[in-house]
Design a protein around this ligand. Structure first.
Ligand code: SAH
Length: 517
């Protein structure tokens, strides 16, 4: 064997939510040449991988046939490392908690392959935290055991002494226990635990699909069946389960369990998705539009040549700021040296302008209305005879330009980008709908609304009947209305937090209404 031998990293992915991986685990994903992952690994985790990294699904799910045997996986790990690769073996939860990580580490050791273990938050702990269950508690539990409920006749654990464990530990945490739930509960009871002891099952923990069932040893199996809760789930038995009413926080989030589509272009969807997820929602990013630069236009060339002569550069969107900076960079114009006042409207454009190295003067308005912007600018004065650059989208709103001209400003409106329908929008939308109904669809611009209705075609009416339509502001709301989708929610301000608050208010009212009817 020649050449340097690679290395294997056994990485714990955490219990489900993709950002519950450790910092070190995430770095290992970014650096890997090859990632061998399980079925349960979130696609979002795999998006950390390098574009040229090889991703191999060696997963198995529940009791279905494995796509690859354990031995084959181990051989693959060893041979990939021998070829000199940095190999990450990504496993749900912690690699050494019922993950067969130790067998893979043994295989590496036997083959002389160096390995590293990056622990993860096991579902045995993480699922409980997200379900409002504390695994220990001074009032209820001074010990816990994590036990597998999976019956494998060839393995030592077949001999699990459920009665003994039930007698000697306070909190029982059972992984892979759904299939044998009835017999496990019976044996725990036979061990001397009262039938009224609280017990719970938590499915798809830490994700927006989380579902919990709280019952007792006597009633959990029936309750789980009635609620159609299945694998993957963690079962918890013991007094700590009684704390759930007090400690539940995740399922109590205002948008918990709601599937909400974000139709903004990919670069800007992130902040909305994060805000929605922080409120418990499952954010589904389906960009309806994409931004394409306008290059080589003589207008842009002239504006960039004249850059030092402007008194005012008005940036009304992050795209305008970003695309102006890109066009400037292409021709080697130094934005850091403009002497104009650079006025930005709103947070996103301010951030983008700062990133482009522009010294900004921020104005805030109630929404991105031309009238409000003009008023704010007029209040600051110094407009008469000023020369202004207004970079915008190809089909931008000309109201602002005309308004500025009326205030005595000499305006150069320059199209620096165009928005186009995203070619993948239809496929993504169908895929999202196929996975289940969307509770809400959010829109950040009239063009997103137009492209959405064009994509949905005749389905718009049927679709919007059961789905909450949310608009970022009055202009977008009007576009929704025109498209035959009267908006249910309009954000009070054009930002993600206001949108989330408005959605939360809407679903709260709807839930109350549903309770009454
Ligand atoms: N190494 C993993 C466990 C692997 S065994 C860990 O440390 O978490 C697989 C079992 O883990 C499942 O049958 C289920 O009991 C549990 N599990 C994993 N992810 C889960 C999740 N998101 N919600 C509930 N249970 C989960």
């Amino acid at each position: 064997m020649s050449g340097p031998v690679g290395r294997v990293k056994l990485v714990g992915a955490g219990p489900g939510a993709p950002d519950l991986i450790t910092v070190r685990g995430q770095r290992a994903l970014r650096e890997a040449d090859v990632i061998l992952h399980d079925e349960l690994a979130s696609p979002l985790l795999l998006s950390h991988a390098r574009a040229d990294a090889k991703l191999i699904n060696v997963g198995k799910r529940g009791h279905e046939a494995p796509t690859r045997t354990q031995e084959e996986t181990q051989q693959l790990l060893v041979s990939l490392a021998r070829e000199g690769n940095e190999v990450v073996r990504l496993k749900g939860g912690d690699p050494y908690v019922f993950g067969r990580g130790a067998e893979e580490a043994s295989a590496c050791r036997a083959a002389g392959i160096p390995f590293e273990v990056i622990p993860g938050v096991s579902s045995a702990i993480g699922a409980l935290a997200y379900a409002g269950l504390s695994v220990t508690d001074r009032r209820h539990a001074a010990s816990f055991a994590v036990v597998t409920g999976h019956n494998d006749p060839t393995a030592a654990r077949e001999a699990t002494d459920w009665e003994g464990i039930a007698r000697s530990v306070d909190t029982l945490v059972v992984l892979m226990g759904m299939r044998n739930l009835r017999s496990i509960l019976a044996r725990v009871k036979a061990g001397g635990r009262a039938g009224v002891t609280p017990a719970a099952a938590v499915m798809h923990a830490t994700t927006p699909r989380q579902r919990s069932v709280v019952a007792t040893i006597d009633t959990l199996a029936d309750a789980v069946e009635a609620a159609e809760v299945g694998s993957p789930a963690v079962v918890v038995i013991g007094g700590v389960v009684a704390l759930r009413d007090e400690l539940d926080w995740f399922e109590a989030l205002p948008l918990f369990g709601r599937r909400i589509a974000v139709t903004r272009q990919a670069e800007q969807a992130g902040s909305w998705c994060r805000a929605l997820e922080a409120a418990g929602a499952a954010a589904v990013s389906i960009p309806m539009i994409q931004i394409s630069p306008i290059t080589g236009s003589s207008d842009i060339g002239a504006a960039l040549d004249a850059l030092p002569s402007y008194d005012l550069i008005l940036l009304t969107s992050a795209n305008a700021a970003r695309q102006l900076a890109l066009r400037a960079r292409e021709v080697g114009a130094d934005l850091g040296r403009v002497r104009a006042r650079v006025v930005t409207v709103g947070e996103a454009s301010t951030e983008a302008a700062l990133q482009a190295g522009l010294p900004v003067e921020r104005i805030s308005t109630e929404g991105p209305h031309a009238a409000a912007m003009l008023e704010a600018l007029r209040e600051r004065g110094g407009l008469d005879g000023a020369r202004a650059l207004l970079p915008r989208a190809e089909k931008g709103r000309e109201v602002l330009g005309r308004g500025l001209a009326a205030l005595g400003v000499q305006v150069d409106e320059v199209a620096v980008y165009r928005t186009e329908p995203s070619p993948q929008a239809a496929t993504r939308l169908r895929a999202a709908l196929a996975e289940g109904a969307l509770d809400a669809v959010t829109f950040a611009s009239p063009s997103a609304v137009r492209n959405f209705t064009a994509t949905m075609e005749a389905d718009v009416e049927r679709f919007s009947a059961g789905t909450c339509i949310a608009a970022i502001g009055p202009v977008t709301a009007a576009a929704c209305e025109n498209a035959g989708m009267a908006p249910n929610v309009v954000a009070a301000q054009p930002d993600a937090d206001a949108l989330v608050a408005a959605l939360a208010g809407y679903f709260k009212t709807r839930a109350r209404h549903e309770e009454r009817t």
